[in-house]
Design a protein around this ligand. Structure first.
Ligand SMILES: NC(=O)c1ccc[n+]([C@@H]2O[C@H](COP(=O)([O-])OP(=O)(O)OC[C@H]3O[C@@H](n4cnc5c(N)ncnc54)[C@H](O)[C@@H]3O)[C@@H](O)[C@H]2O)c1
Length: 299
């Protein structure tokens, strides 16, 4: 789809990182942007940067995982802007925790934001796009939607789901003139790890340092994403590690998965050489003492 002055884009998670960079880039092309985030101050910063481009924005405090809030968001975008040409379903969270330790509530939260947020964003803005007979939906997946991420099973589950959702939706919506693209960034220097806690604080701190040091800028994702819309790409890969893993996964899938597991394990050990022992200590502390349980039941 051609990006033109006066179009309207919805960007979720627009208060930081990839969402902020994408909102500002679209605004610099003359697009009016409806920003959504739970982080009001981040969104205000994005709006300030958009104002400098000469375009303008509306700001909406929305939890993308909450259906009622997303329905209200879609209504207020319609009344503020009357149309929507581009939807960027970007808001996302990642919890760095093994499935064994992850609570069901934490898993549910990741699914609510990373998957339901994307489904709501696509479904609720679709009627406007259908009325116009054009539009483009971009869903942010990840390298974790291409190769497994042991240690972040909840995250990987949602990112594979976002890719599957996008690929099916793309075929369905083609007849309405609406494009769908999934985007797969690798390591990007944003706040994603900073906002969530992790059971292994030492490892978490080191990963944050590495994301800051080695992560590619979110503006790179924004540029590739916008090009993906213009060329109506099924998917957009960003950063060399994503290309390498995508190629390996097609050529030698089982070896690629073993390699991914090995690399992630090495990364964890480099971040915290005692990570296996620390993990065992945490798990032992959580396990009920069998002697105490026997005393309670009187056996
Ligand atoms: N940073 C990376 O290396 C990387 C790699 C691959 C994919 N991604 C994906 O890119 C997307 C953007 O992440 P980012 O790296 O820019 O992180 P970020 O933390 O810098 O930005 C995410 C934004 O989403 C907002 N958000 C979180 N939960 C929300 C909710 N429930 N409702 C509304 N807004 C919410 C946050 O407040 C934040 O402003 C995510 O979907 C993430 O999974 C990031």
């Amino acid at each position: 789809m051609k990006i033109e002055q006066g179009q309207v884009a919805v960007v979720t998670g627009a208060g930081s990182g990839i969402g902020q960079a994408t909102a500002v880039l679209l605004a610099s092309r003359g697009v009016v942007v409806a920003l959504a985030d739970i982080n009001e101050s981040g969104m205000a910063e994005t709006a300030r940067r958009i104002a400098k481009t000469g375009s303008h924005s509306s700001q909406h405090v929305v939890d993308v995982g909450n259906r009622k809030q997303m329905e209200a968001f879609a209504r207020s975008v319609e009344s503020a802007h009357q149309r929507v040409d581009i939807v960027i379903n970007n808001a996302g969270i990642g919890i760095l925790e093994d499935f064994v330790d992850n609570s069901l509530d934490e898993f549910q939260k990741v699914v609510d934001v990373n998957l339901w947020g994307v489904v709501y964003g696509a479904k609720l803005f679709l009627p406007l796009m259908r009325r116009q007979g054009s539009g483009h939906i971009v869903n942010i997946s990840s390298l974790a939607g291409i190769i497994s991420t042991p240690g972040m099973v909840s995250y990987g589950t949602t990112k594979y789901a976002v890719r599957g959702f996008s690929e099916s939706l793309r075929i369905e919506l083609a007849e309405y003139g609406i494009g769908v693209t999934s985007v797969h960034p690798g390591l990007i220097g944003t706040n994603i790890l900073k906002v969530n806690r992790s059971a292994d604080a030492r490892l978490h701190e080191r990963l944050i340092e590495w994301f800051d040091r080695w992560g590619r800028p979110p503006e790179l994702v924004a540029r590739k994403l916008v090009r993906g819309i213009e060329r109506n790409r099924m998917r957009v890969l960003v950063t060399p590690e994503t290309y390498v893993m995508d190629f390996a996964k097609r050529m030698v899938p089982a070896t690629a998965e073993r390699l991914s597991g090995f690399v992630l394990e090495r990364i964890k050990l480099a971040g915290n050489p005692d990570y296996r022992a620390d993990r065992e200590k945490r798990r032992t502390a959580q396990r009920p003492d069998p002697a105490a349980a026997n005393r309670q039941t009187g056996s």
